[in-house]
Design a protein around this ligand. Sequence first.
Ligand code: URA
Length: 257
Amino acid sequence: MANLKESERLDKVLANEGFGTRKEVKRIIHSGAVVVNGESILQESAHVNVYKDEIVVEGKKLETKRNYHFMMNKAAGYVCSTKSDSHKIVYDLLSDEDARRFVATGSISMVGRLDADTEGLLILTTDGNLNHRLTSPKYNIPKKYQVTLRDSVDGKTQEDYTARVAAGIHIAAEGKAPEADCRPAVVEWKSSEVCFITVTEGMFHEVKRIFAALGNEVIHLKRVQINGLVLDPALASGEYRELTEEELSVLDVQPIV
Ligand code: URA
């Protein structure tokens, strides 16, 4: 499992936690005020693990304010909801330990929703601001889906689909969701039944309604990318892992508003 860097320099951790500049933090460490797992640490270059080590500074236990971000390869059959009487929920895919840490405490949330039968990339995060940046339509975050269609589409019809979606297709109302004009979106064809579509909104059943408006039907849907973050092909259906720092930075690139 790839993780955010677990071991970090003590001076960097304390500076990140607001104890002052690296120079000020160094002074605190040299004064003997920092105790890690019961042992006084005098070197600023010592490495600590903020997830596992007990770090006490001037007699006070350090509660790190870091956020947690996970990528999940959502399995079909799980709903993106905090409870359901009829379905398993996405949080059921978390380990007992993560469920205790993040779900029981209410600290984690899903970034957008996928339908119960949709698979693929789902981000879970404790960072509400990140969640807002990724889901608010104002930020134009691209979300890419792999679509398998019921009816095979010939070359000319593929061009027609692509052009109509690029122009901003009108979709019919469904349930409580009103009819709407979609923003322009990008379709790329992989075969006569399989394509990718990249949308920048998150309307209810948006991808399914787009292909219904074209007279076809989505029979399999998988999200493969959000912004710069691509679903890790090594994650089996239902598996998840923490994002690396690099993945977080490509996920959270600042939007073109
Ligand atoms: N569009 C859909 O129709 N369903 C999803 O799950 C996501 C996007």
